[in-house]
Design a protein around this ligand. Sequence first.
Ligand SMILES: [Zn+2]
Length: 211
Amino acid sequence: MAGNHEDSNVPRTPITGQNPGDVYVEVSHVGKIQIVDTNDRSPILKIINSVSPDKYIVDSYGYLIQDSNKKNILFNWSQEFSNRIKEGIRSNKPLYLAIDKNIPAYDFNNGILRYPEVKGGGGGITSYLRDSGLLFCYINGENSPDKVKMKDGTEQYYTPKDILIHEIIGHAIPRMLEINGNAVVNENIVRKEMKWKERADEISHTCFDFF
Ligand SMILES: [Zn+2]
């Protein structure tokens, strides 16, 4: 239901970055997936709608909602991807998606907010703020800096689409649902449905670490 979260009584808790006054998101809603790029939400939305057979739009806050009247006309699609998105929207945790290197992320090693080194994360990173239960997925909007090994023995650079799918399906949604597993196995369900090459197994690539 669009606009429902406007009525939320959850207190707003601004999170600040490294610089004073550098407020980047207001935590007022739960159970939603929000595209936080306020300048242009269309790149992430386009990626989602190029994989999902169900059409997603954003409300004026950037919250993802299914347009139940419409379907995407696609040559290949992944129902798994859409189903996971729906579960994420229904879950009790918020997820923020961005193509933006200038939004602070949680640094697990130092326990501080810092600007994410997205390049170090293979072009994308999922960050979980333990205190608030907030999840962020960032992609840098460029191909991966390193090639990814595929099941057939070849290697390829990952596009922003490949990267976002990995972060959402492999890491963020499992964390929202608290269902752990292997991020590459999850990703490959979508890649198989899309008729893309599957990624080579990475046994230790868990969806999330417990802490
Ligand atoms: Zn990963």
